[in-house]
Design a protein around this ligand. Structure first.
Ligand SMILES: [Zn+2]
Length: 227
């Protein structure tokens, strides 16, 4: 196998998994990493049943995966629930991959503004008892929380996969690049913005944006264009 194809990265499927499935059959990667926004109307493992067992499947969540209870359940209660990469470093095909799900949300933390809440505990402590005893609203579960982000920063990794983009993109956030630099990361792969591009940022970190339904290899080469 071509070493650059040992891990493939899939941009926001939004319900269409065919391009990813086709790429797995063609390139036979050791692992695939999905960058969020699945819009699931059935469990993720069912959508990907053609490739389950052929390759390792790893994922982070995007904002759409928290839009409705059923989209959320089809990801977080699926047979692939344990394959999430959020807030940890996982060894995949010999590389250390860090994951950051979700988005920056004005009511939680929208850098460069200071965080409204430092963490989920801080938020919950300040809610009325009725809200506190309910599950945290999905909207808040989709947020990137400052304390969790800072904890991730203390780990080391080769690759960062995030739904949000770093500040090199006009809709990105500088803190994502700062996170990657602190972690010693060499490559960032992100989804969310539906754009294929690559750019080198500070500390010689290569950023690869993966468009919706597109699939890229470890070098950032687009294996299809999506759509
Ligand atoms: Zn998104």
């Amino acid at each position: 196998m071509n070493p650059k194809h040992k891990i493939l990265f899939a941009g926001d499927p939004h319900g269409d998994f065919k391009p990813l499935i086709a790429a797995v059959h063609e390139y036979k990667p050791e692992a695939v990493v999905l960058l969020g926004d699945y819009d699931l109307d059935m469990p993720l493992d069912v959508c990907l049943q053609d490739i389950v067992g052929l390759t390792q499947i790893w994922w982070i969540a995007g904002n759409h995966d928290f839009e409705t209870p059923s989209k959320h359940r089809h990801l977080f209660n699926s047979a692939l629930a344990g394959q999430g990469l959020h807030l940890k470093v996982t060894e995949i095909a010999g590389l250390k991959v860090a994951g950051l799900s979700g988005i920056f949300l004005g009511r939680v933390w929208y850098p460069p503004q200071p965080p409204k809440w430092l963490g989920k505990q801080d938020y919950l402590r300040n809610q009325s008892a009725t809200i506190r005893h309910r599950a945290m609203p999905l909207k808040y579960k989709a947020a990137i929380w400052h304390d969790e982000f800072e904890a991730l920063k203390t780990l080391k990794a080769d690759i960062l996969v995030s739904h949000e983009a770093p500040g090199s993109h006009r809709h990105g956030f500088d803190v994502i690049g700062e996170l990657a630099a602190a972690m010693g990361v060499k490559n960032i792969f992100h989804g969310h913005l539906h754009e294929n591009y690559s750019v080198v940022i500070k500390k010689n970190i290569k950023v690869v944006g993966v468009a919706d339904r597109a699939v890229t290899d470890l070098m950032g080469n687009m294996l299809n264009k999506g759509r």
